[in-house]
Design a protein around this ligand. Structure first.
Ligand code: FAD
Length: 301
């Protein structure tokens, strides 16, 4: 029995001392002072978990260029946690993107999450690269490698990227990104672990040996997450939707269900051998704090 044992099946199955588990957290750059206060409060609460890094997303069309840079710089300076800056190819020439890469290097940020990005109208629309721009993430990775010695993460899709013609094209694309110099992939959110295991098998069969870190999205708000999932091509299993049915006005029950579901998801992944997790935080610490404790992640004294 563990200190966290509440009698629930999931919690009792979690082992108490899995200290070899590494986590990273994804934040988005806040738009207002109030959101920024919550950003720092959440980061403070999660800092004792000692994440491998905290990443900050890059808004559509480079709209958050300055804010992303400011947040990653301040994370490193204020908390001492390693920070990763996301970067996309959208709406910018190679020279402009390279200038952003150099600005990250100048402030000591050596981790980049390299992405193609989506057209401002969304993932369903055809991506038109800037005439002088990087055309996809693999080209961006190669461009970053030419500039310096960065730790580079790329995106992977356990349910296939919606624009990949088929699985072979999707896995070939991931391979191109790794071969261009990426150190690891982080997956899009998924809710059926079988999708992750199948994807991992496909990747390994194709000779991709880099880590494929599962990207885990706790369901803070089912309606909101279902909306995000629809926009990025992640499916919501019927059993999952059923769990949240009728809980719109019952935040306590919603939170308990969300906590149980995400604990079950990571516990199964742990059982399958996963030792590194990336969490989409939406700038909130609540569900994640208890979850990382349950994972047995070492906490700073
Ligand atoms: P790519 O790897 O370039 O692939 C995009 C599509 O093009 C794929 O279908 C691929 O098969 C196809 N393709 C690529 N190259 C070729 C080629 N040469 N020939 C034919 N087909 C090709 N978006 C943001 O705007 N900001 C963020 O901060 C952000 N962070 C993210 C973090 C993670 C972990 C993930 C998983 C996604 C993130 N995204 C972000 C979303 C991402 O930008 C979109 O999913 C986008 O649609 C694809 O980006 P990518 O880097 O995977 O593109």
């Amino acid at each position: 029995m563990t200190a966290f044992d509440t009698g629930s099946n999931v919690v009792t199955r979690l082992r108490p001392a899995r200290r070899d588990v590494a986590v990273s957290f994804e934040f988005f750059p806040p738009k207002t002072d109030e959101m920024e206060a919550r950003f720092w409060e959440s980061l403070d609460r999660l800092a004792p978990v000692r994440p491998r890094f905290v990443s900050v997303t890059y808004g559509a069309g480079g709209t958050t260029r300055e804010r992303t840079l400011r947040m990653v710089t301040q994370i490193k300076a204020n908390s001492g946690i390693d920070a990763a800056a996301h970067l996309t190819c959208v709406g910018a020439s190679r020279d402009e993107v390279d200038a952003v890469v150099r600005s990250y290097r100048l402030v000591g940020v050596n981790r980049i999450v390299a992405l193609r990005g989506d057209p401002p109208s969304g993932i369903g629309e055809v991506f038109e690269p800037h005439p002088d721009g990087y055309r996809n993430a693999a080209e961006l990775v190669a461009g970053i490698r030419r500039i310096g010695d960065f730790d580079i993460t790329v995106a992977a899709y356990p349910e296939k990227h919606p624009q990949s013609a088929d699985w072979d094209a999707d896995i070939d694309n991931l391979k191109r990104k790794i071969d261009a110099g990426a150190n690891r992939a982080i997956t899009q959110m998924f809710f059926d672990n079988a999708d992750y295991w199948r994807f991992l098998e496909r990747a390994r069969r194709a000779g991709i040996n880099a880590p494929v870190v599962p990207g885990i999205q706790p369901i803070h708000n089912f309606k909101q997450i279902a909306g995000f999932a629809a926009r990025c091509g992640t499916s919501i299993p019927a059993w999952l939707a059923a769990r949240f049915e009728g809980l719109e006005n019952d935040p306590d029950a919603h939170e308990r269900v969300a906590a149980e579901i995400v604990a079950r998801q990571v516990d199964e992944l742990l059982d399958g051998g996963v030792r590194e997790f990336h969490f989409y935080t939406l700038n909130r610490a609540d569900l994640l704090l208890s979850l990382t404790r349950l994972l047995g992640v070492k906490v700073a004294a």
